[in-house]
Design a protein around this ligand. Structure first.
Ligand code: SAM
Length: 227
């Protein structure tokens, strides 16, 4: 069995009891960054062996992992934070398990975009999860495509690109309401919703934007998603 186990996005109290139980009982934990995950595992007294599984080695180690799973070893997959497979490695391994008829169980748990969307106060009944925009090539055409989408849009963005991203939203999706959800579940959690130009002015006035960021873009006025 492969278990996909979400881990906290900032607050260790969000680790689920079932997640801890699974991480304790499996034969092996696959982690994106073993040093980052060691902190989490030590906190919960989990001594299960851990091995690196990330975007640079996932193709190479896939068949060995399937062999282990087919030899009846239970394995858990975690990422640095949140749910594996959501802007994190996971998809390739899960697909390979399905193809090899290995059972997969995905535990419900922390992920950044759900609390961001719900806290934003922007329409949450229908939405598009975009994740990270391309950094350079293809970024503008992606924003142009998103401009035609009539419901809320969720982006993951790094703090040092936040102002540039808001500038581009102001250009390609002018007048939209936007929410910047920063440092979710952490001590300095900060959720701000306003027009894109209001938020741009606010963040341009800050000396440095720190922490992790989810950006929600609301639907355009008069579109089906605008309530
Ligand atoms: N797998 C994760 C999930 O389930 O949300 C996402 C991993 S992705 C590599 C990391 C991005 O998630 C960050 O750049 C940020 O956009 C978002 N993120 C993660 N933790 C966050 C937090 N505490 N507050 C706001 N955004 C966060």
């Amino acid at each position: 069995m492969l278990y996909v186990v979400p881990t906290p996005i900032g607050n260790l109290g969000d680790m689920t009891a079932r997640g801890i139980e699974v991480l304790q009982k499996v034969a092996l934990i696959l982690a994106e960054d073993t040093r980052t995950s060691r902190v989490l595992l030590d906190h919960f007294g989990i001594q299960t062996p851990i091995r690196a599984f990330h975007q640079h080695n996932e193709h190479q180690v896939l068949s060995g992992l399937i062999d282990l799973l087919q030899a009846d070893k239970d394995i858990a997959l975690i990422s640095d934070a949140g749910t594996p497979g959501i802007s994190d490695p996971g998809f390739l391994l899960i697909r390979a398990c399905q193809e090899a008829e290995v059972d997969v169980t995905v535990l419900p748990g922390p992920t950044a975009f759900v609390p961001a969307l719900v806290a934003s106060g922007l329409p949450s009944d229908r939405f598009h999860f975009e994740g990270f925009l391309p950094h350079k090539k293809g970024r503008q055409s992606r924003l142009q495509w998103l401009a035609g989408y009539p419901y809320s849009i969720i982006l993951y963005e790094s703090p040092h690109r936040l102002i540039k991203c808001l500038e581009q939203i102001s250009t390609f999706l002018p007048g939209r309401k936007v929410c910047v959800a920063r440092e979710l579940s952490k001590m300095h959690e900060d959720i701000r919703t306003g027009t894109v130009d209001e938020l741009l002015t606010y963040y341009q006035g800050q000396s440095k934007v720190r922490g992790e960021v989810v950006l929600i873009i609301g639907p355009s006025a008069g579109s089906p998603g605008d309530e």
